[in-house]
Design a protein around this ligand. Structure first.
Ligand code: NDP
Ligand code: MG
Length: 389
């Protein structure tokens, strides 16, 4: 590591990635110092984390939760409101900001961290889907490290170390296939909430778990890889590998392939990003390759999972189209989890929103944020119409 102790800020510390990040911090002893933590409204979890990790600043975007928290921690600096994430991401003493909030709430804080010269460990894929060009070019011009936490992208990042992108023929993103891979189309259409949340290999927050069931998550990851690694979507393929042991592969122009294998545990890509460029020990067990029943790679079924094709479509359209898909998906996934729409409605609503959008081909940040607001509104109207029957 560059210094004895790296100072980190974790946005979304009460979530699945946030808690795993703190677990890594805990396991690394004094190598990392937590400077700031944030939640939306989970006061209890943030309180427990604050007692253990003693941050100097915390943020709760929900102002009522922030007031309650501040009354319990009168000596701690407590920020609130949407802008608080930007303030936390810009703390002058931070070396690295982990962006682990869900959805487009990650866009402005990621940019703020980059603009103020911090390395960024990015779990929040939605910010790259919506504003990938802006984020990646800001990171390049500031000369900071943009380190992906998403396991597939961490794998590709590691496979590409020391390689030139001109030497790459294509990227193969692996997918577990999600909980519905073996279902018939009619069964998928009628999937219930509990079933959609039952992911076979990963324990994650609800939104990304539903996105994994529709395979839209994998579609978002195609767009994420497109921006992170500078490869056209046509050269990013998806293959199903059900064990979640091969985390992705890179095929080079000479026909060689490199893959990254590890147990399916998010603490690995998180630790890689936190300690970069140093690799440190973990307590995770090695995989016994002889115990794996067989590594099999299958083609994803675009007919059964139309969200995957929709993501490729918006990736090719570019401009504000991916931001629209991502923002509409936040609304539609919430509506599904609240029992307002069926599982099958998800892809139909998303397609309708995307097709009625007037794409701005070179979306600047304002146009992207405007498209995001438009898409949310449009998706809500369609959800309301469905509920009215
Ligand atoms: P969770 O839902 O578990 O956690 C989200 C965190 O962000 C919580 O701390 C939550 O606070 C906070 N939060 C949610 N919405 C907002 C908002 N609008 N403004 C401010 N804070 C907010 O999500 P995950 O940890 O599963 O996922 C985080 C990101 O990482 C997502 O973009 C996801 O796609 C990506 N990712 C996740 C993986 C995983 O294994 N979980 C794997 C790869 C990528 P509160 O607790 O108060 O609600
Ligand atoms: Mg992933």
């Amino acid at each position: 590591m560059r210094k004895a102790s790296k100072q980190i800020v974790i946005l979304g510390s009460t979530g699945s990635i946030g808690r795993n990040t703190l677990d890594v911090v805990r396991s690394l002893g004094g190598n990392l110092k937590v400077l700031g933590l944030s939640a939306r409204s989970n006061v209890e979890e943030l309180a427990a984390q604050s007692l253990e990790f003693k941050p100097q600043v915390v943020a709760l975007t929900d102002s009522r939760a922030a007031r309650e928290f501040a009354s319990r921690f009168p000596d701690l600096k407590v920020l609130s409101g949407e802008q608080s994430l930007v303030e936390l991401a810009s703390l002058p003493r931070a070396d690295l900001v982990v962006v682990a909030v869900v959805g487009s709430a990650g866009i402005l804080p990621s940019l703020a961290a980059i603009e103020t010269g911090k390395d960024v460990a990015l779990a929040n894929k939605e910010s790259l889907v919506a504003a990938g060009e802006i984020i990646v070019s800001a990171a390049r011009s500031k000369g900071i490290n943009l380190l992906p936490i998403d396991s597939e992208h961490s794998a590709i990042y590691q496979c590409l170390k020391g390689e030139k992108i001109e030497g790459v023929r294509r990227i193969l993103l692996t997918a577990s296939g999600g909980p519905l891979i073996d279902k018939e189309p009619g069964e998928i259409e009628a999937t219930g909430i509990a079933e959609a949340l039952r992911h076979p290999t990963w324990q994650m927050g609800k939104k990304v778990t539903i996105d994994s069931a529709t395979l839209l998550n994998k579609g978002f990851e195609v767009i994420e890889a497109h921006w992170l690694f500078g490869l056209e979507p046509e050269r990013i393929d998806v293959v199903v590998e059900r064990n979640s042991i091969v985390h992705s592969l890179v095929e080079f122009v000479d026909g060689s392939m490199l893959a990254l294998l590890s147990p399916p545990d998010m603490r690995l890509p998180i630790q890689f990003a936190l300690t970069y460029p140093v690799r440190l020990r973990t307590k995770l067990e090695s995989i016994d390759l002889t115990e794996i029943a067989g590594l099999r790679f299958e083609k994803p079924d675009f007919d059964k999972f139309p969200c995957l094709g929709l993501a490729y479509d918006v990736a090719k359209k570019g401009g504000t189209a991916p931001a629209v898909l991502s923002a509409a998906d936040e609304v539609v996934v919430d509506a599904f989890l609240e029992g307002k729409i069926s599982f099958g409605d998800i892809h139909r609503i998303l397609r309708e929103v995307v097709e009625s959008h007037d794409i701005k081909p070179k979306g600047n940040l304002n146009e992207i944020l405007k498209a995001d607001r438009w898409a949310r509104q449009k998706a809500k109207v369609i959800v309301d119409d469905i509920m009215k029957g």
